[in-house]
Design a protein around this ligand. Structure first.
Ligand SMILES: Nc1ncnc2c1ncn2[C@@H]1O[C@H](COP(=O)(O)OP(=O)(O)OP(=O)(O)O)[C@@H](O)[C@H]1O
Length: 444
């Protein structure tokens, strides 16, 4: 038997409730190397949490009643320990031995299966499951103030990462570290286009007259579970250069547009040098994305994560679909919080609200499994293009910042230039008065 583990249980038996509460934040019963000690620790916990006065013999009787061990064994453990001095040190030793055993078990499984992603995800989960201790507020205060000073010195008016869409930046203060921003729409509204426009704006901001980026390029990693990496690059090159994407599909047409060729060359050179990573792997779990994001972040190579889209993630099998979705959104929130980066999460809305020409603008509750999604999003953008359904309806993208936990909400107007795979503008508000298909969500 482990001496440290015996000392913890023996110390609690001798010193009672206070000793239990000193080690309870560190240890759970599963951390003990033997079944008997684990059960004794569990019984100590039950007695400590009860209103009964602490009595060594209550634990001994209960252990005998539950068939854990005899009263004599309990007495032997207590006598061998002698005191509860250094009980926390013993508890920490038990904990570190337990973590070591789990790490070895995960690695041994990984050696059999060769599944590196699962090993990384399990190790990450193990790390995250360690007891959370409250840290002095001054740590957070120092980080906050250092951020304020850094922004002051750099002259940044916004605290977050600028998307390049003026009203989005104004209303959000830029994409904030630790927050998850949802981009939702029905099919074909332009979710991927908008998400990739934002990723490109952040990884390779526009340049000024001297050819220098107007903002610092930031590290972006985009997971596209729907589109191939070449298609994504084609769309980004087209959007950045303002060139119709058809020219990339039928390049002989470029002979008639030499100026477009020049713009494309500039965009391709910029994209080549951009701190942008993309993955077009399908059938990916959120844990696999998480493990790669953590590696990039550890190397100082991640400022924004984008996932397109939630419904295509390989979800864990659970009793109900909404629980699987909630598992993924929870992990996404944890990634944002722990890595202190913003995450863009694209998701699909139900088509139920489409009814011939009478298509109302979307609302948050149109999200599939909306409860799970809303719970972990800090802000939700909903996209709508009335002219997609009705040629006479106003042109452009109605970008609704429908939910924002720490800021205003509102409607933004963007121009759609879908042939160039981009939305532009975003400096003026959309007014539903000009729209033929109904008012704002909450008016309906
Ligand atoms: N080259 C192009 N010319 C004109 N329209 C285009 C072009 N490329 C894409 N589109 C339009 O853009 C919309 C699709 O954009 P996007 O793929 O971003 O939408 P989405 O909301 O992500 O759709 P999905 O449901 O397919 O995931 C479609 O309406 C499509 O017709």
């Amino acid at each position: 038997m482990s001496v440290a583990a015996e000392n913890v249980v023996g110390g609690i038996l001798l010193a009672g409730r206070d000793a239990y509460w000193r080690v309870a934040p560190i240890l759970s019963a599963e951390d003990f190397p033997s079944r008997t000690l684990a059960d004794l620790y569990r019984i100590c916990g039950e007695v400590a949490q009860s209103s009964a006065a602490w009595d060594f013999f209550i634990v001994a009787d209960e252990a005998e009643r539950q068939g854990v061990c005899s009263s004599a064994d309990v007495i032997a453990i207590a006598s061998a320990t002698g005191s509860a001095v250094a009980i926390r040190d013993h508890a920490e030793r038990v904990k570190s031995d337990a973590v070591g055993r789990r790490v070895r078990a995960i690695c041994a499984d990984g050696a059999k299966t060769g599944d590196v992603a699962t090993v990384q995800a399990q190790l990450t989960a193990l790390l995250l499951s360690q007891p959370a201790s409250a840290v002095p507020a001054r740590d957070a205060l120092n980080r906050m103030w250092a951020g304020v000073m850094a922004r002051y010195e750099s002259g940044d008016a916004l605290s977050g990462i600028q998307t390049g869409i003026p009203l989005v930046d104004e209303m959000t203060g830029g994409l904030q570290a630790g927050r998850v921003y949802g981009i939702g729409a029905r099919a074909k509204m332009g979710k991927t286009i908008l998400a990739m426009n934002v990723c490109a704006n952040i990884a390779c901001p526009p340049v000024d007259n001297d050819g220098l980026p107007i903002r610092k390029p930031r590290n972006v990693a985009a997971w596209s579970l729907e589109m191939s990496d070449e298609e994504l690059m084609q769309r980004m090159a087209s959007a950045m250069s303002g060139t119709r994407s058809v020219l990339l599909q039928r390049p002989t047409l470029l002979d008639d547009e030499p100026e477009a060729m020049t713009r494309l060359n500039v965009a391709i050179k910029t994209l080549r040098e951009a701190p942008l990573r993309i993955s077009d792997r399908t059938d990916v779990t959120i844990e696999q994305i998480e493990s790669q994001a953590r590696q990039m972040h550890a190397g100082g190579e991640l400022d924004l994560l984008c996932i397109d889209y939630l419904g295509l993630l390989r979800m864990p099998k659970m009793d109900r679909h909404d629980l699987s979705v909630a598992h993924c959104t929870r992990r996404i929130k944890i990634i944002a919080k722990e890595l202190r980066i913003p995450v863009l999460l694209v998701f699909q809305l139900n088509r139920g609200s489409e009814n011939g020409m009478q298509v109302r603008p979307p609302r948050p509750s149109d999200a599939r499994d909306s409860g799970a999604i809303e719970q972990d999003l800090d802000a939700m953008f909903l996209l709508h293009r009335p002219s997609y359904y009705d040629k006479n309806a106003p042109k452009g993208l109605r970008l609704d910042l429908a939910i924002q936990r720490n800021g205003p909400t509102g409607l933004i107007h963007m121009n759609d230039e879908l042939d160039c795979c981009r939305f532009t503008g975003g400096a003026s508000h959309w007014t539903d008065a000009i729209q033929s298909n109904g008012g704002r969500d909450d008016d309906l």
